[in-house]
Unconditional design. Structure first.
Length: 226
């Protein structure tokens, strides 16, 4: 499941440091929360499903409308997958690389997302899209708003796996000051409601080695897009 396809990761269960991470909730804004370690109990069930999705829809480097190649490797599962190319950002039911529908959203992804959303104050979340981002050292995501969804009533649920990263969580204007939030393996960030359109991004990933995922960070961003 590596971004650059250099062989399968060796998957154990939890590393000691993951198990020592206390489960707690941090408030980023009125309707945004970091659920520390929330996904750890789900990881064992989730990783084989992630492997299966990536076997059907491998990571690829997509182009922005401005012609830049994104440093983050992307894939998707669910009824709709987020894509970008020279003609724009959009959701599509078809993987442009295979010309087939995206792999189905695994049940464990849905259940985790629903439980995390509920824990953050958004009961009844039913995602139809999961963007899978793969960061190698140096990869980053610029500040942006999630605005390609049909309506903004559902929250965003964003799960971190593998290497730690610094998540930037800003305001409704690009120029607003961003909070810097260190995200670790198993952390879930949820934002919605009045915070749904806040700018966010990820600083360039620092080099390192995660006991389960190796030299990478994988992020699953679950949304209601259609
Ligand atoms: O990798 C992350 O934590 C954030 C991903 C993100 O912002 C996005 O996919 O829109």
């Amino acid at each position: 499941m590596h971004c650059n396809d250099d062989g399968p990761a060796t998957l154990g269960l939890f590393s000691d440091s993951d198990l020592q991470q206390p489960a707690r909730v941090e408030v980023l804004g009125p309707q945004s929360r970091v659920l520390r370690g929330f996904a750890l109990p789900w990881v064992e069930a989730l990783l084989p499903q992630l492997d299966a999705v990536l076997a059907a829809a491998p990571f690829r480097q997509m182009q922005t409308p401005g012609g830049f190649t994104m440093s983050v490797g992307l894939s998707s599962c669910g009824q709709l997958g987020w894509t970008t190319d020279r003609s724009g950002y959009r959701y599509s039911p078809i993987d442009p690389q295979s010309q087939r529908p995206w792999p189905a959203l695994p049940k464990v992804f849905q259940e985790l997302a629903e439980a995390a959303a509920e824990a953050a104050g958004f009961p009844g979340f039913a995602p139809d899209s999961c963007l899978i981002n793969c960061y190698r050292p140096g990869a980053k995501m610029s500040l942006h708003q999630d605005k390609n969804e049909r309506d903004y009533s559902a929250p965003i649920v964003s799960l971190s796996l593998g290497l730690p990263a610094i998540f930037l969580f800003g305001g409704r204007q690009r120029s607003d000051k961003s909070q810097r939030v260190a995200l670790l393996h198993g952390d879930v960030v949820v934002w919605g409601g009045v915070d749904r359109l806040r700018y966010h991004g990820v600083l360039a990933l620092k080099d390192g080695h995660h006991p389960l995922l190796g030299q990478q960070r994988i992020n699953l961003t679950l949304r209601r897009a259609g």
